[in-house]
Design a protein around this ligand. Structure first.
Ligand code: 26M
Length: 822
């Protein structure tokens, strides 16, 4: 009976309609008389979910029978976005559903738009995790993602009087059809308590962690379907629940507050995502989130490992754990604790297992982003873990001392503990010591990792431990789904969709770069994407854009190192220049639409001021009839994955202009070029490798190189520099009051006096690069050729390639396809 009735449903129109109506009536308790568009989305989602679950079950069954080595991707963030369209495309069901849903009187595009984003991440790091899950599923790797089911995702950004204001992102209001709550998969997680020393039966001195507060972690599974494969993997997101539902003793004593308090404290742990990107905050609740996540995940991994009764020594042959930045680093300490305190292994046996299990990805070398936690905070929350950290640091420093006798300064630099009052735990040191590999996310960044934060560690461990895995993006979401027009054109030229699983095939599109007919079709697709974006912009801002203008986009988290202020200063410079031009001069100008989007961390004052400057300048520029044909300026509010899917395919030019050496990789740069846009960028992060692939004529580079930046900073030469003359002009323009009371911008302008991000140095080269862009855009055919050549050169930047790199060089895992019998 199971075999007969558990088969995946067929996908003909009538079956899909039946399934839709079954879910509408039985799952949602709706009738044909009260089906609105949102209910139709829900019914469709539930119907698609059935397909996901069938494949998920088959994949799990297959993996438990074959019991291969698995990889666990531990990340505090998964920035997934919407699921419906992505699932339909990956399962190859889009056309079937389009027809079936059309037959019921809805259009699939409308329903897709009803879905709210799953925004459980800040930016690049979280979105990378989501792309990696898509690739792991597509390439049939036995993989799990582990994370936290935040009830509030990254805040919603609205503009009030041009200022960013934050609103809670409660994304679960109307339920979530994509998650499967697993009340049967739950674990206790403990905090605080005390450590007891005792002597065991064999006379060994041992420790155990006693007492403390308990909460429960409950699993919520998020199926991730691969593209054109039966394989469907899982992201397991933990939510926290109180251990005891309700304290009746204190309730009966009339102490209602106390009994509810504990319950609330437990639920608080997974309540909200911290909205910081590339900046460390030392909040206890964040540390609680990290340990809660680490503890539940390890219990789950160990339970799975123990099912097959292998000895502990085989753990690293069965389990590979990747740490997405240092955020889950306590996992290293927790595994060591479990092995020595609970499983009775010796310290050395345990440490050998730990260090053959973990690997760690570094995503930044910015000092303010490196995680460090005050020792008293950890001691209080996790007393046994703090002991273990001190102990492993002691053994580590003894090994360092042996190799470099008497080098006190080296010991101080390399210690896991930063001395001071209070002492701090340096999480990056802990992660590096407990891992077999440490990787950066682009060539330059991986070199910087070796020469800056881990220079001493390279000397100690050898350089083989420190590797590069250049980031990538999934071409399924970021081309096939976001840009169906271009995807169809490429499939037509390459004779099928195989390129979507092997992006190196894109290379063959280069053959059409000179073909005028192809150029026209390519640019026509871009034009339609620009119309789609213009409609969206009209909708959310009221401003009308001409799709004939050059669309120039910078969308990313607001941060001084990313230099959105250099961009807006450039816009002011352009505007002033336009104002001074004669009619004849104006006629030669390339019309430009400059678009910004991105969120600032709520506590990041300067970043928020940059948003205010952008919106203030936009108000003036967009209302100026003298320049309106030549310049428009837009700040799109609430940038998220769904906005990116509209924005990226519509860009002619995108800006990736971080001070050289500061942006670890960037991943939107890859998405823009893949979608037929060009980059204006610094010689930084993955821009460099993109430049190598597309060729120097198809990317606009400018600005100081990393070595020069390092030199200037090393010699403190960024203080009180003579300001670039053109930049001075811009500052004067702001101070004239043209964009509103300039007093509010003084703190932002003040940052230039100590020009740590080298705006002054890079400003003139930046403007010159812009002139090269304008000149190039005038030649339509030459521009099209650049875009086609660049897009066709992006094979390297598929996250499939990144994942294969990790699988072969770091995780040592091989694909396990879910075959038909499962
Ligand atoms: C830390 C402590 C407390 C709260 C939050 C954080 C935190 C959260 C996210 C710190 C950093 C976070 O993300 C950093 C990030 O997104 N880095 C980006 O990673 C991308 C993927 O590798 C790179 O492409 C970007 O260059 C890099 O900035």
């Amino acid at each position: 009976i199971w075999n007969e009735f558990s088969k995946e449903e067929s996908t003909d129109e009538a079956t899909i309609q039946k399934s839709f109506i079954r879910h509408a009536t039985k799952t949602l308790a709706r009738s044909s008389y009260n089906m609105d568009q949102f209910a139709a989305y829900q019914a469709t989602a539930h119907s698609v979910r059935d397909h996901l679950i069938d494949r998920w079950n088959a994949t799990q069954h297959c993996h438990s029978v074959k019991d291969p080595k698995r990889v666990y991707y531990m990340s505090l963030e998964f920035l997934i976005g919407r699921t419906l369209d992505n699932a339909l495309l990956n399962l190859n069901l889009k056309d079937h559903y389009k027809r079936a849903i059309g037959g019921i009187g809805f259009t699939i595009e409308d329903l897709v738009d009803e879905e709210v984003d799953a925004a459980l991440g800040n930016g690049g790091l979280g979105r990378l995790a989501a792309c990696f899950m898509d690739s792991l599923a597509t390439l049939d790797y036995p993989a799990w993602g582990y994370g936290i089911r935040y009830e509030y995702g990254i805040f919603q950004q609205k503009l009030v009087d041009g200022y960013q204001t934050e609103y809670p992102d409660y994304w679960l209001t109307f339920g979530n059809p994509w998650e499967i709550q697993r009340l049967d998969v739950s674990y206790d997680v403990r905090f605080r308590g005390y450590v007891e020393k005792y002597v065991d039966v064999s006379g060994q001195t041992r420790y155990r962690w006693e007492g403390g507060e308990k909460v429960v972690a409950v699993a919520n599974d998020y199926p991730i379907p691969g593209f054109q494969t039966k394989n469907c993997i899982n992201i397991r997101l933990w939510s926290s629940k109180p251990k005891k539902e309700f304290d009746f003793a204190s309730f009966n004593e009339g102490n209602y507050d106390k009994s509810v308090e504990e319950q609330k404290a437990a639920e608080n742990i997974t309540s909200v995502l911290y909205p910081n990107d590339n900046h460390m905050v030392g909040k206890v609740l964040r540390l609680k989130q990290q340990y809660f996540f680490v503890s539940a995940t390890l219990q789950d991994i160990i339970r799975r490992f123990k099912k097959t009764s292998r000895p502990w020594s085989e753990f690293p042959q069965q389990v590979s754990i990747q740490l997405n930045d240092t955020h889950p680093t306590l996992s290293i300490v927790e595994l060591q604790r479990i092995l020595i305190d609970e499983e009775g292994l010796t310290w050395d046996e345990a440490w050998d297992i730990v260090t053959h299990t973990y690997s760690y990805t570094n995503h930044t070398v910015l000092p303010e982003a490196l995680e460090k936690w005050a020792v008293p905070l950890i001691s209080d929350l996790l007393p046994r873990h703090m002991m273990i950290i001190f102990e492993l640091n002691l053994y580590f420093l003894q090994r360092v001392e042996k190799l470099f006798p008497g080098d006190r300064d080296r010991l101080r630099r390399m210690s896991v503990i930063e001395e001071g009052h209070p002492q701090y735990v340096r999480m990056a040191h802990l992660a590096a010591i407990g891992s077999h590999h440490v990787n950066g996310v682009a060539e330059l960044h991986s070199e910087l990792v070796k020469t800056t934060i881990f220079a001493d560690f390279v000397e100690f461990f050898g350089k083989e431990k420190f590797v590069n895995v250049t980031n990538g993006v999934t071409p399924r979401r970021w081309l096939h789904q976001a840009n169906p027009g271009l995807s169809t054109l490429i499939s037509e030229k390459l004779g099928g969709t195989a390129w979507l699983k092997d992006l190196s095939q894109l290379d063959k599109i280069k053959a059409f770069a000179d073909d005028v007919g192809f150029q026209n079709r390519f640019m026509d697709i871009k034009y339609k994407n620009k119309i789609r974006l213009a409609e969206y912009v009209k909708d959310v801002t009221g401003v009308t854009l001409s799709p004939d203008a050059l669309f120039d986009v910078q969308c990313k988290r607001l941060h001084e190192y990313k230099r959105q202020h250099m961009n807006i200063f450039g816009v002011i410079h352009r505007y002033e220049k336009l104002k001074s031009m004669s009619k004849a001069e104006l006629e030669k100008v390339v019309p430009r639409v400059v678009i910004f989007a991105g969120k600032a961390a709520p506590g990041y004052y300067t970043a928020k001021l940059i948003i205010k400057l952008i919106t203030s300048v936009a108000n003036v520029v967009n209302a100026d009839p003298q320049t309106s044909e030549y310049l428009k300026l837009i700040f799109i509010p609430n940038y998220n994955v769904s906005v990116a899917e509209i924005l990226i395919p519509a860009s002619d030019l995108s800006q990736h202009i971080s001070t050289a050496g500061t942006e670890a990789s960037g991943t939107s740069n890859m998405k823009f070029v893949l979608n037929g846009g060009l980059i204006l960028g610094t010689v930084d992060g993955a821009n460099i490798e993109i430049g190598e692939e597309v060729g120097k004529d198809n990317i606009f580079f400018f600005g100081a190189l990393t070595a020069e930046v390092e030199d200037i900073r090393h010699h403190q030469m960024y203080h009180n520099v003579a300001m670039d003359a053109k930049l001075q002009g811009v500052i004067k323009s702001i101070q004239s009051g043209r964009y509103g009371d300039s007093v509010i911008f003084e703190p932002l302008l003040g940052t230039l006096r100590s020009d740590y991000y080298l705006l002054s140095k890079d400003f003139t080269p930046y403007l010159e690069a812009m002139e090269r862009v304008d000149a190039a855009f005038k030649n339509k055919s030459a521009w099209a050729k650049k875009c086609i050549t660049a897009a066709a050169s992006m094979g390297k930047f598929s996250s499939d390639r990144s994942i294969q790199d990790y699988a072969k060089r770091i995780w040592k895992i091989t694909p396990v396809p879910t075959t038909e019998e499962f």
